[in-house]
Each structure stands twice: as C-alpha cells, then as structure tokens.
Design a protein around this ligand. Structure first.
Ligand code: BTN
Length: 282
C-alpha cells in the first residue's frame, strides 16, 4: 500500500496508541495481554520474529510507523506515521495453519469495521476491501494480512500474524496511482476512528474466531468467510507463482482454498494465489 508521507496538517488527527486504552477495551484471556507499543520499527512482523522468545504467547507489537513494512508477495507496506494501524500477533506452537490464521485476521478486521457500517468484505485470501462507486466498481483495499511462520532458537514454531489497516487517511493521502485501489475506514465512515478501540476490537474477535476454529473445526471459519467473500461468484484472473489463469471463483474448500472453475467446468483448488482482477459475471 503506497501512501504519502506525514503531513503536519494531519498530525493531530489520530489519538496516539495507548496501552491503557487498548487494555480497557480488550476482552481476551490470551491475545494482546502483553503489548509492545513501538514509536518506530522496521516491521512489527520482523520484530516479533526476531525476539519472539522474549515475549509470551499472544503478545502483540503495534507501532506508529514502520520503516520497512512488508506486504505479501515481497511487496512493501507503506503507511504514514500515526494514522493507521500496523500490528503483529505472536502465537507459539499454533493450533491452526497459516491459511486459516490469515482468514481469521481478515474476518476479525471485517467484523470490527462493520460494527459501524456494513461496508467491507473479504477479498480472498487476505484482503479487506470495500466496493467503489458505479456498475461493477473496482474493489478498494482497506486492510491486508501477512502471516509468517518462524522457528525460535529452541525449535518452537512461531506464527506471526501481521495486519495493516488504513484507518484515518483521506483521499488526498493516497498517491494518484493508488486512489482507485485503496480506501480507509475514515473515508468509508466519514468519521475519525479511535485506533486503540479498533485494535482492542480486532484482537478480541481474533481470539473468539480462534476458539471457534479449535472447538468446531476450521470449516466454521471458512463458512463464515464464504458469507462475506466478495471474490465468490465472480470471474477472476489469478496469479499462481509465475503463471496466471482465469475462471469463475465458485467456492472455498474446508481448508480455505479458493475453488476456480475454468471454462470447461473443471474445478481447481488454489492455495497461495493472488486475485489480480475480478469482474461480475453478467
Ligand atoms: C498485504 O496485504 O500485502 C499484507 C500487508 C500486511 C501489512 C502489515 S503492517 C503490520 C505487519 N508488519 C509488516 O511488516 N507487515 C504487516
């Protein structure tokens, strides 16, 4: 996500990240009970990946600014200081696989964002999007999830769930090339959003979805994802590795893979693809 740098006009527009306020609104037993609030860091994912053994399971690192924020597929995640939400969650010896953790991260953002207005959806597998204006409008990205696995020095597997949300940026903050492709919660709701409450809400929903998946199985998460997945029922062009193919996105399978029907009707599961274009089927 490419956003312009800090503008002094906006520096007072987001209340700073505040541990006390986050904890006041957090309704969890495990997730976010240990918080690292960082004024600046290269990447919250890197921070937890490198120093995970110093922090307990469920620890969260959140920052006002990343100097080397990472997106999926080796992209950068660039966001101005102090206006958006950039955080990572550390889960040790995770009970769920990365594709389901990714879906849970996106669903948690959607649930919290839709408290105010039902405007955001899932773009499989990791994007939170809003519809633009007009007939078959392009989807605009609001948030993204980057899930990484590491092993600590004692051989314990670490899952790091990184989430970036465009919160209090406005149209003019996006470079021209991004205006069509990105939006923010403030643009969608017309209101300045309290990032501390937003973070507490997202973490609370992550814990609740995680428990549902552990108790009822990952299909319960996938079923929920299907209800709010803007990708399903659309014609998609999808990048898988170096190749690309087109078809109709027909379903998600029980482990969260996207099922694509090609023009002959054969259905293929896609696990690690990127949907590069979608259009309504007319
Ligand atoms: C994507 O849509 O490509 C995923 C973007 C993930 C960005 C977040 S911001 C917090 C965390 N730290 C990072 O370096 N990346 C993730």
């Amino acid at each position: 996500m490419h956003l312009s740098g800090r503008s002094d006009r906006h520096k007072e527009e987001s209340a700073p990240l505040c541990e006390e306020e986050i904890l006041t609104h957090l309704d969890t037993d495990r997730i976010g009970r240990h918080l690292e609030i960082l004024e600046e860091i290269d990447s919250t994912n890197n921070f937890l990946g490198q120093s995970g053994n110093q922090f307990p399971d469920g620890a969260v690192a959140v920052t006002e600014f990343q100097t080397a924020g990472k997106g999926r597929h080796g992209r950068q995640w660039i966001s101005p200081r102090g206006r958006n939400l950039m955080f990572s969650l550390l889960l040790k010896s995770p009970s769920l696989p990365p594709p389901i953790a990714t879906l849970i991260g996106a669903l948690a953002v959607i649930r919290e964002a839709n408290h105010q207005s039902k405007q955001v959806f899932l773009k499989w597998p990791n994007d939170v999007v809003a519809a633009g204006q007009g007939h078959d409008p392009p989807l605009k990205k609001v948030a993204g999830v980057l899930c990484e696995m590491k092993t600590d020095e004692n051989g314990i597997p670490l899952l790091i769930l990184g989430i970036g949300v465009n919160v209090n940026v406005t149209e003019k903050d996006f470079p021209e090339a991004m205006k069509e492709a990105a939006t923010s919660l403030e643009i969608l709701s017309g209101k300045n959003i309290n990032r501390n409450r937003l973070l507490a809400g997202i973490l609370t929903h992550i814990e609740s979805y995680w428990s549902i998946a552990e108790q009822d199985g990952t299909e319960a998460i996938v079923d929920h994802a299907k209800d709010i997945c803007s990708t399903l029922g659309r014609r998609v062009r999808i990048k898988v590795g170096k190749g690309e193919f087109e078809g109709k996105a027909v379903d998600l399978d029980p482990i969260g893979r996207l099922l694509i029907a090609d023009d002959t009707g054969s259905v293929y599961p896609v696990e690690l693809g990127e949907v590069v274009q979608t259009s309504q089927i007319t």
